[in-house]
Design a binder for this molecule. Structure first.
Ligand code: B4P
Length: 190
């Protein structure tokens, strides 16, 4: 099985690149951001709980996202592999993911981390905010909070995977095709 963690700060291109990778490698795409937005759109109680946190750019509680991923893994027992996009975002989530995969006789193959400067992230997210109307993309204060959350709680995960020799860093600035080629080069070496 090929199980990839696609990693990076908000707006790094995780969602964009995941959409290309799932086609090329026939993987199941698990984006916790997309799943949470689906819950909000469906008006579920989980969605209601998540919405105010997401609109402010705060992380949703670990137990909520871990539960969501666990149930998605159970629903895709015959998958070739998974792309985890936006998950894990905390050490607690990373540990839980290792346990869930171990129970299924598999493990994370690699973490691919996209490197993008803060200025470029802010520009991309504000642009997306104009088109998508996403509350968390609408102003610089919320975007700054998301980048802060990333630096404090999520970036340390690079160390978690690097200690397992699973971290590859990829330059995330350039055209979408150029970045996809860089990621493919990393995957060919796994
Ligand atoms: P996510 O949905 O994961 O939001 P994101 O980090 O902004 O997405 P992504 O990084 O995939 O954006 P993309 O690059 O594709 O999370 C939203 C919120 O959900 C979080 O703040 C949190 O509250 C909650 N949440 C989600 N998962 C959680 C978890 N595990 N634990 C706790 N809370 C969680 O796109 C960015 C833009 O850049 C796009 O407009 C795209 O077109 C553009 N772009 C992409 N590549 C480009 C390139 N090469 N050049 C120029 N523009 C590019």
């Amino acid at each position: 099985m090929l199980n990839l963690v696609l990693f990076g700060p908000p707006g790094a291109g995780k969602g964009t690149q995941s959409n290309l990778l799932i086609k090329k490698y026939k993987l199941v795409h698990l984006s916790t951001g997309d799943i949470l937005r689906g819950e909000i759109a469906a008006g579920t109680s989980l969605g209601l709980e998540a919405k105010s946190l997401m609109d402010r750019g705060d992380l949703v509680p670990d137990e909520v996202v871990i539960g969501m991923i666990s149930s998605k893994l159970d629903k895709n027992v015959n998958a070739n592999g998974f792309i985890f996009d936006g998950f894990p975002r905390t050490t607690e989530q990373a540990k839980a993911l290792d346990i869930l995969l171990k129970e299924k006789g598999t493990y994370i193959s690699s973490m691919i981390s996209l490197k993008v400067s803060d200025n470029e992230l802010i520009k991309r997210l504000l642009e997306r905010g104009i088109e998508s109307g996403r509350e968390d993309d609408k102003n610089e204060e919320i975007i700054a909070n998301r980048i802060n959350e990333y630096n404090n709680k999520t970036a340390p995960l690079k160390q978690f995977y690097s200690a397992q020799n699973k971290l590859s860093e990829v330059e995330g600035i350039g055209s979408i095709t150029e970045i996809a080629e860089r990621i493919n080069t990393v995957i060919e070496t796994i």
